[in-house]
Design a protein. Structure first.
Length: 235
């Protein structure tokens, strides 16, 4: 056989052999999990003036997802609730973001609210008068072996817009039995404050009696009610 032809026949199988394909291709890098389209985060201001506080609200996330909240106090891992939301009260004011699996969502942050400092005024309200009307009638016959309710109508008058803190005391005690804020808007000249207290039981037929005082510290004003006295009904 011609030597040149023999070499050609031996080389043919090698030239025709298919290319070797690896059994396993290298895996492609995993893409970061996409953030939910409706996911949002916001720092919400609650309260007003000196009582301003903030709540961090996350909504629209996958229920049960673990996320990292970054804020002025550092980072912490939290779990989204079953409704796809999370609320953290008493959050410190500042910038926040939420991160998970390579994604990050910046939280909306409102302008910081500054406390009001008005000296004799609270906010923008000028208090002009504090008074109380006694609604319960003295002399009413009651069962003195149990507490009986006495009712009063307090009233704070003023002009402007804002909140006026107040508190009530009972009898000669200086300890508050209730605190609150009277809210004024332009056009409102007075705010009515209903108050009811239980006069304590007495023995040996002694009548039940007591009074209340309404205090407005920002205006350095107080008002005291009339003394209410209930007589004991005969058995």
């Amino acid at each position: 056989m011609n030597r040149h032809r023999l070499l050609t026949l031996l080389a043919a199988p090698l030239l025709a052999a298919p290319a070797v394909t690896p059994a396993f291709a290298a895996p492609a890098p995993a893409a970061p999990a996409a953030a939910p389209a409706a996911a949002s985060c916001e720092l919400v201001a609650t309260g007003e003036g000196g009582d301003t506080s903030y709540t961090l609200v996350l909504e629209g996330f996958d229920p049960g997802r673990s996320v990292t909240v970054n804020g002025p106090r550092g980072s912490r891992h939290v779990q989204i609730g079953a409704e796809g939301s999370l609320q953290q009260d008493n959050a410190r004011y500042g910038r926040y973001s939420v991160a998970f699996k390579g994604n990050r969502i910046d939280c909306l942050t409102p302008p910081r609210q500054k406390p009001d400092r008005g000296g004799g005024k609270q906010g923008k309200v000028q208090v002009t008068k504090v008074e109380i009307t006694t609604l319960s009638k003295s002399g009413t016959a009651v069962d003195c072996s149990k507490p009986n309710r006495a009712e009063f109508d307090g009233r704070i008058s003023g002009t402007g817009k804002g909140d006026v803190p107040y508190f009530w005391t009972f009898a000669s005690s200086s300890d508050p039995i209730e605190t609150g804020k009277a809210h004024f808007d332009p056009g409102i000249q007075s705010v009515s404050l209903f108050k009811a207290v239980d006069l304590p039981p007495t023995v040996n037929g002694d009548p039940q009696s007591g009074f209340v005082t309404l205090h407005v510290p920002s205006a350095n004003l107080t008002a005291r009610s009339d003394q209410v006295t209930f007589t004991c009904a005969k058995p």
